[in-house]
Structure formats: structure tokens, C-alpha cells
Design a protein around this ligand. Structure first.
Ligand code: G6P
Length: 311
């Protein structure tokens, strides 16, 4: 299959498969990209090693996936996959001084390597990945650091990203789990946990306002950064009769984004027709007012845990 055909159909063909653990296989696609497929008694999941990108997670007690994955996502070296949980690191949004560098940082398009796989006491699968120090990564950030991601796939999905400063000076990072949740329809949901919080509206030149209500969506683009927001939040979905709970730590901002019809239509990888209506990004973040300073020899961890309550 050619790259063009891959773009059109959204799902690349797998050419190699290798069992790494009782519940984990490693696959390689026709473009040379590697993936992990997880199937344990509690859940199934899929991770792209480019970007340490959780593409799919579905607890076995649920009939609908929790993460949204675009039907025309691109599976190409150096491109981020549209859907799942892209990792934004070491900056969020545009690079502060160099607009030629990858938006949301390079960690989402660099290959990561598997460091360890084990099973937890509850039967979940825990996978530890480390970002590779490729020339492309070094070109964009020259000082020494270590970046690891621990992904735990079970009835809950937990992601912990640890940044260790190996340099002799402090450094500052922006970061996020840019998670695309699967919802029945954007008009069926509301999000709680942001009431009384200050947000910066990216669509109004970062104007600040206070959020008074639960968040609701009318199909127009929505792009807000809730600053100084370290509380948990929840997506209430009256169509799927479920609540997605988002618990977090090491995060002082939350971004909520949906492109709306017009922008989705211009993006090229947001799926066909109204697929954009089936997702909302709720991003566990440190950005803008809440970037993180990491001192030499210190480690900072960003964590999110997603769980589902059926109604
Ligand atoms: O297209 P991407 O680089 O993945 O970014 C997609 C979106 O990510 C975030 O949520 C930002 O707040 C948006 O401004 C941006 O459009």
C-alpha cells in the first residue's frame, strides 16, 4: 500500500509482529513505524512508539472506546497522529521564540523505546517508555535531560510523564497530555470542574475571563486554557450514559479544545463529515502562567488518570 493509500484509509498495514510480554505484542507497519498492542483481562489498548502516543484504550466492561481516533489520521514518520493522547513537550503551542519548530514540541514525533513491561496487582499492564535522544530532538533542545512515560492500561488509564533535569542549570518546560476523548456528540456533553476558574481564550487573543458554569459546546471552535487549575474534572455524556473522570497531579492548567466545523474542515486529518463532533480534547497541561521550572538534578512528573462511571 502506498503512503497516499495509507492517508486515505487511515489504518496502515502491519508487516511484522513480535510478542514482548504475555499481554503485549510489538508491531511494525509498512512505513516502519512501531506500535504496541495490549490485550489483558481488563482492557485493550494500542500505543505508537513514535511519540509514545496512546492511540486506543477500551476497558472490557465498556462497549464504546474512551479515546477518539480520527478515521483519516496520518501514520507517517515525523507527523503526529490525530486522536488518542499526543504528548506535548517541552513546550505547549507554538515555540516561544522560533516558529519554525514543531508546535506542541517534538516529543510527539520522536521515536521512544520500551524500557520495561510488567503487570500490576490488579491485572493492568504497565509499560515504561523513554524518549530517544535523536539528532532531531537534540537539534531542538541541546541540554541534557531524561524523559520517560509510564502508561498503565487497565480498568483505568494512567499516564505519568517524568522529566529529569540532567543539566547544571534550571530549565523551563511547557507540557500536556493532549487527549482526544470519544463522546456521543459535542452537543450532548458538559464538563464540570472548572467553575470559578480563570481562563485565557486563545480565540480572543488570550483574553482572560472567569468561568461561571459547566462547559457546554455549540459546534463553534473552542480553545481555552484554564490557568491555575489543578482540580480534577469530568465529561458528562448523556448520549453514551457515562462520565469520564479526569484526575491529575503535577498539572496547574487544563486546556479544552474542539476545532468546530469550519476549522475541522480545513485540517485534513479530523476525519470525514461530522467526525469532529464526536470528540473533545481535555488536556492535562502546564502552559502560559503555569510553565514548570525544573532545577538541576530534580524530577518533575505530570500525571493523569482516566476512569469511567457508567450511568
Ligand atoms: O493541530 P495540533 O498542533 O495538534 O494542535 C491542535 C490544538 O491543540 C491545542 O488544544 C491548542 O490549544 C489549539 O490551539 C490547537 O489548535
Amino acid at each position: 500500500m502506498t503512503v497516499e493509500a495509507t492517508l486515505q484509509h487511515g489504518q496502515p498495514e502491519m508487516t511484522k509482529r513480535m510478542q514482548l510480554h504475555a499481554h503485549v505484542s510489538q508491531l511494525q507497519d509498512e512505513n516502519g513505524l512501531q506500535y504496541l498492542e495490549i490485550d489483558n483481562p481488563l482492557a485493550t489498548g494500542k500505543i505508537a512508539l513514535q511519540g509514545a502516543h496512546v492511540m486506543q484504550w477500551q476497558p472490557k466492561f465498556l462497549s464504546d472506546p474512551v479515546l477518539w481516533l480520527s478515521s483519516n489520521a496520518r501514520y507517517i514518520k515525523g507527523r503526529s497522529i490525530r486522536g488518542g493522547t499526543p504528548i506535548c513537550w517541552p513546550w505547549f503551542g507554538a515555540h516561544p521564540t522560533d516558529s519554525t519548530l514543531c508546535p506542541h514540541g517534538f516529543a510527539r514525533v520522536i521515536p521512544w523505546r520500551v524500557m520495561d513491561i510488567d503487570a500490576t496487582q490488579t491485572g493492568a499492564t504497565r509499560i515504561i517508555l523513554e524518549m530517544q535522544q535523536t539528532p532531531e530532538a537534540q537539534r531542538q533542545l541541546s541540554y541534557p535531560y531524561e524523559l520517560t512515560l509510564t502508561i498503565t492500561i487497565g480498568r483505568r488509564l494512567r499516564i505519568d510523564m517524568a522529566t529529569t533535569n540532567l543539566a547544571e542549570h534550571p530549565f523551563v518546560i511547557g507540557e500536556a497530555f493532549h487527549t482526544y476523548f470519544n463522546v456521543s456528540d459535542i452537543s450532548n456533553i458538559h464538563i464540570t470542574g472548572m467553575q470559578d476558574c480563570v481562563y485565557m481564550d486563545k480565540l480572543l487573543r488570550y483574553e482572560r475571563n472567569v468561568e461561571h458554569n459547566a462547559l457546554a459546546f455549540d459546534g463553534k471552535e473552542y480553545d481555552r486554557v484554564y490557568v491555575n487549575h489543578s482540580a480534577d474534572c469530568a465529561i458528562h455524556d448523556s448520549g453514551y450514559n457515562r462520565i469520564i473522570h479526569i484526575a491529575k497531579s503535577g498539572s496547574d492548567a487544563t486546556v479544552v479544545w474542539n476545532p468546530g466545523a469550519e476549522k475541522a474542515g480545513s485540517m485534513g486529518d479530523m476525519g470525514t463529515a461530522d467526525e469532529w463532533r464526536k470528540t473533545i480534547c481535555v488536556e492535562t497541561t502546564n502552559a502560559l502562567d503555569n510553565m514548570v521550572v525544573i532545577n538541576p538534578g530534580r524530577k518533575h512528573t505530570l500525571s493523569a488518570e482516566y476512569s469511567i462511571e457508567t450511568l
